[in-house]
Design a protein around this ligand. Structure first.
Ligand code: NI
Length: 255
């Protein structure tokens, strides 16, 4: 079964058919587990509702760098409390740096540091968003001793040359629909290079949909197209790729 380690089913793209879709994907036996990643304080509460409703949905609590308006002491407190008191919360995320769409860089960095602090305090792994901010992301992860908790570099967009440093920090690598794009040379090299026990699969649903559904709303069972690519690169069966990445997700998130 598929473990989708990064999805946003709380977002309004699913308002019309969220329950039907989640139930269908799980009942068919295709999708075993989903980690729903919050992107802000309201999203944390919606994520917890999904966790309560579905035993196969787990949650990550955090404020995305594009939501700097949510960066208040009160909200950080709330995140720490929600994460500490709910056994379905398995990570702090998605957190990190976005130098394309995010706001003030210094504020983003401060928020990132604080949320790494929460993760360390609670002993939870991190779900990290790094867009065009590789150097600063790595510097902060090192300075803040992120290796004590580990985590995943979601939708990894770094090079295969940078990969050893990321792995040294105890991070897993998350890949999704981008791997099926024709021009995805870099991420293909990353899958060639990464140790099999450090790779996770994800959708980032509703975004980044795999070929042949590119351009449409994403869903967790489309990860089968990503697994086909991984299987091809590793020269194993898609079923083996599915099992390996499922086990990796369970190991990182302690499920
Ligand atoms: Ni995301």
């Amino acid at each position: 079964m598929i473990f989708d380690t990064h999805a946003h089913y709380d977002c309004d793209a699913y308002d019309q058919d969220r329950d039907a879709l989640l139930e269908e994907m799980h009942a068919s036996g295709n999708v075993g587990l989903i980690l729903n990643c919050a992107d802000g304080i309201a999203s944390c509460h919606r994520t917890l509702e999904l966790c309560e409703r579905y035993d196969f949905v787990y949650g990550a609590m955090g404020i995305h760098p594009e939501r700097l308006e949510d960066f208040t002491e009160e909200n950080l407190d709330t995140i720490a409390k929600l994460a500490a008191h709910n056994h379905k919360v398995k990570a702090i995320g998605e957190v990190g740096l976005d130098y394309v769409n995010g706001g003030d860089k210094t504020e983003q960095q401060r928020l990132f540091v604080r949320q790494i602090g929460i993760a360390r305090e609670l002993g939870l792994p991190l779900v990290i968003h790094d867009r065009e901010a590789h150097l600063d992301t790595m510097t902060i992860l090192r300075q803040e001793r992120a290796w004590e908790v580990g985590g995943v570099m979601h939708c990894y967009s770094g090079s295969s040359e940078m990969l050893p440093q990321v792995l040294d920090l105890g991070m897993y690598i998350g890949v999704g629909g981008v791997l099926t794009f024709k021009n995805a040379v870099k991420v293909r090299q990353v899958v060639e290079t990464v140790p099999q026990d450090r790779l996770l699969v994800e959708t980032d649903a509703p975004y980044l949909t795999a070929v042949p559904h590119r351009g449409h709303r994403n869903r967790s069972d489309y990860i089968s197209y990503v697994l086909e690519q991984i299987a091809c690169i590793w020269n194993i069966s898609p079923e083996s790729a599915e099992n390996i990445t499922y086990d990796n997700g369970c190991r990182l998130l302690r499920i």
